[in-house]
Ligand binder design. Structure first.
Ligand code: NAI
Length: 329
């Protein structure tokens, strides 16, 4: 089966060469999938895509007209795919629901610790023979209240680590996870989570209900100096409202691995270019903001799982069997 792999990076090529079954023939395409690049999939049976590839109804229509019958997502989130359009066109969609929740959870904790203990500043200072501690004062995580919004796989993995740190866990989800309660986590309404949490971490998917969940109103109901972490999807946060919250000192720390307009920025080396995004550039001016470029998933273990499960999904499609990872049939 011929598979057009969009947004292909060196590590995708290496990963698939190691794990793919020989009956899968991959063609690697550097560009993101969009209405402009869709034609590059001509002659393939399936497309393999990542978080910033755009599979809106028009793109899916183009793919369908070229005979594409399957979309294999090499990620967990699927907010970039119009599933209704895929269904209507008879395009099967499968994802990798749980390649390594721990990879994302550990990065989440990394952002919390780095922001709190100012490790990024300490690294530079010590290299400059500056051993002064002024400005590096942190706080103990032990005993702090952490609010987790979304307690699925990644939220739970994050909760486990925070439980180990001795944090009090307040959680919010549309479905309660008994494993959270075993850790001593308590489900509360969002208003209570916002009001009581020293740290708030987002682990729910991007849906019409969760878009701009963090906005002027919700930020206003948070504790002064709150730490806000988003390793889920950029549009959960209204970036302009967050900038206002930082300026008012309401938000004391901001850690992001995702950004609403990241599709134009992330996964590329733009260091020689002028970045034409005033909101992103403003975020980078704050000393208490730490941004990573959608790398929370990026561990050896997670990449191996992604390539393995994506290959399994493609092979299942070729043999007309199910894996349980299908989103649209
Ligand atoms: P999951 O499906 O296991 O858990 C998501 C949880 O969010 C579920 O418990 C669900 O009930 C809950 N939820 C849904 N709507 C909600 C709402 N309106 N309010 C509160 N909770 C709600 O997904 P998983 O694997 O934990 O991933 C979470 C998100 O993390 C993904 O949707 C994806 O966007 C993001 N992600 C980010 C990565 C990165 O590299 N930064 C890598 C992998 C995932």
């Amino acid at each position: 089966m011929k598979v057009a792999v969009f947004s292909a990076k060196k590590y995708d090529r290496e990963g698939f060469s190691q794990w793919a079954d020989s009956s899968l023939q991959f063609t690697y395409i550097d560009s993101r999938l969009s209405s402009d690049s869709a034609k590059l999939a001509a002659g393939s049976h399936a497309v393999c895509v990542f978080v910033n590839d755009d599979l809106n109804a028009a793109v899916l229509q183009q793919l369908s007209e070229m005979g594409i019958e399957m979309v294999a997502l090499r990620c967990a989130g699927f907010n970039n795919v119009d599933l209704d359009a895929a269904k209507a066109l008879g395009i099967r969609v499968a994802r990798v629901p749980a390649y390594s929740p721990e990879a994302v959870a550990e990065h989440t904790i990394g952002l919390m610790l780095c922001l709190n203990r100012k490790l990024h500043k300490a690294y530079n200072r010590v290299r400059d023979d500056n051993f002064a501690l002024d400005g590096l004062l942190g706080f103990n995580l032990f005993g702090k209240t952490v609010g987790l919004i979304g307690t699925g796989r990644i939220g739970l993995a994050t909760a486990r680590i925070l439980h180990g740190f001795g944090c009090r866990l307040l959680c919010h989800d549309i479905v309660q996870n008994p494993l959270i309660q075993e850790l001593g986590g308590r489900y509360v309404p969002l208003a209570e989570l916002y009001a009581q949490s020293n740290i708030i971490s987002l682990h729910c998917p991007l849906t019409p209900d969760t878009k701009h969940l963090i906005n002027h109103y919700s930020i206003g109901s948070m504790q002064d100096g709150v730490m806000l972490i988003n390793t889920s999807r950029g549009a959960l946060i209204d970036s302009k409202a967050v900038i206002a919250g930082l300026k008012q000192r309401k938000i004391g720390y901001l850690g992001l691995d995702v950004y609403e307009q990241e599709a134009d920025l992330f996964f590329e080396n733009l260091s020689e270019q002028v970045i034409d995004d005033e909101v992103f550039k403003r975020l980078l001016t704050f000393p208490n903001v730490l941004i990573t470029g959608h790398q929370a998933f990026f561990t050896r273990e997670a990449l191996q799982e992604i390539c393995q499960i994506t290959s399994d999904n493609l092979l299942a499609f070729a043999s007309n069997t199910a894996t349980g990872n299908e989103l649209a049939n």
